[in-house]
Ligand binder design. Structure first.
Ligand SMILES: Nc1ncnc2c1ncn2[C@@H]1O[C@H](COP(=O)(O)OP(=O)(O)OP(=O)(O)O)[C@@H](O)[C@H]1O
Length: 344
């Protein structure tokens, strides 16, 4: 497949750790890389980037059909055009925020960074020094600098780690927006389920240096922005195809998302914010209570719900039999602007 990052590694790093895996990551949207501490997530990103190569390593990497490493040829790390964002922001402290961004952009036209400044809301920070930035602001600048270099892929290694829950909730919508708008595919190392629910189109699970599985995107609904109320957007759930499509026409939710009128958003629903019941739950604190149907009680990837024609994997469903009607209470959503190729 041409539009993938394909790899195979056998890297012995210590007596107790060998990265031994091969796979293909679609170069579309965000692929989360998740696994226990020490499972090899950072080692995988660095190996894909061509860093820390050692004698005795077996490494083969192909990016969109072009050889980065292996018998097909070698591309040095600096020519791979990877935008790296690490756990620490690593900004240049002797430069202002704007100089940091321009450094990222190097030979690019400065107007080219306008979209990044807007998506990450960096305009008020541009003249400031880096030292006085809050943790959340520094993360936004670090992401902006990586995007300013016009990378062909982003490698984000726990870019929000170390932020408290409030700061993280503040930065996550910007991160989601910037990644969505830049249309740069990303590999995103994280343990955090809220980040995966907001950002990930799929998750690569690794354990002890090996791939332990793939997980599809967590439960989400695609919606269109049809209005605004205060800072929030009013989103109308888009209907898919099939017999349940018509049932959803007009279902709306008010959500805190930075999105323009007419824009498509993906509303990620964390597992603990989704209740499935056989009877209508009655008045509750849900953002929305939606009719749905169990499309598959026990499919190969677990149960599948059909929500207005959008088929979604879920952890468990009540025993009502296949085709059973259920009600879906959505308690919380984590929105991300959606690219037009989302359903391809
Ligand atoms: N250069 C190295 N020399 C020896 N051991 C290494 C080296 N690099 C990584 N390791 C070992 O490889 C294993 C995987 O490390 P890695 O940092 O990739 O894990 P991780 O999944 O990113 O962990 P975390 O979630 O804690 O960041 C660890 O046991 C680590 O000690």
């Amino acid at each position: 497949m041409a539009d993938t990052l394909a790899f195979r590694f056998h890297l012995e790093r210590s007596a107790s750790f060998t990265l031994d895996m091969g796979g293909e990551v679609p170069l579309r949207g965000v692929t989360a890389v998740s696994g226990p501490s020490g499972s090899g997530k950072t080692t995988l990103l660095r190996a894909l980037a061509g860093l820390d190569a050692r004698t005795g390593d077996t490494a083969e990497v192909r990016f969109r059909g072009q050889s980065w490493d292996g018998p097909g040829g070698y591309t040095p790390p600096e020519a791979r055009r990877i935008g790296f964002v690490f756990q620490e922001p690593y900004l240049f402290t002797h430069m202002s925020v704007e100089q940091n961004l321009r450094y990222g952009a190097k030979r690019r036209d400065v107007t080219a960074i306008d979209g990044i400044v807007e998506a990450l809301d960096l305009a008020p920070l541009l003249p400031r020094g880096v030292d006085g930035l809050s943790g959340g602001e520094a993360r936004r600048v670090a992401l902006g600098r990586a995007l300013a270099a016009n990378p062909q892929v982003l490698f984000l290694d726990e870019p929000l780690s170390g932020l408290d829950a409030d700061r993280k909730a503040e930065v996550l919508p910007y991160l989601a927006r910037a990644v969505g708008e830049a249309q740069v595919p990303a590999l995103y190392v994280t343990h955090a389920t809220d980040e995966i629910a907001t950002l990930a189109d799929r998750t690569l699970l690794i354990d002890k240096g090996r791939i332990s599985g793939w997980r599809a995107a967590p439960f989400h609904l695609i919606a269109g922005v049809v209005g605004h109320e205060g800072e929030d957007a009013i989103c109308e759930i888009l209907t898919g195809s099939g017999e349940d499509a018509a049932a959803g026409a007009g279902a709306r939710l008010r959500v805190p998302v930075r999105a323009r009128m007419g824009e498509r958003v993906r509303l990620g629903v964390p597992r603990d914010a989704l209740l499935i019941s056989v009877a209508h739950p009655g008045p509750n604190s849900a953002l929305a209570v939606l009719p749905a149907r169990i499309a598959e009680q026990s499919g190969p990837a677990g149960p599948v719900l059909d929500v207005f024609g959008q088929r979604q994997p879920v952890a468990t469903v009540p025993e009502t039999g296949e085709g059973g009607r259920v009600w879906l209470s959505v308690l919380r959503v984590l929105p991300r602007p959606e690219r037009d190729d989302s359903d391809s």
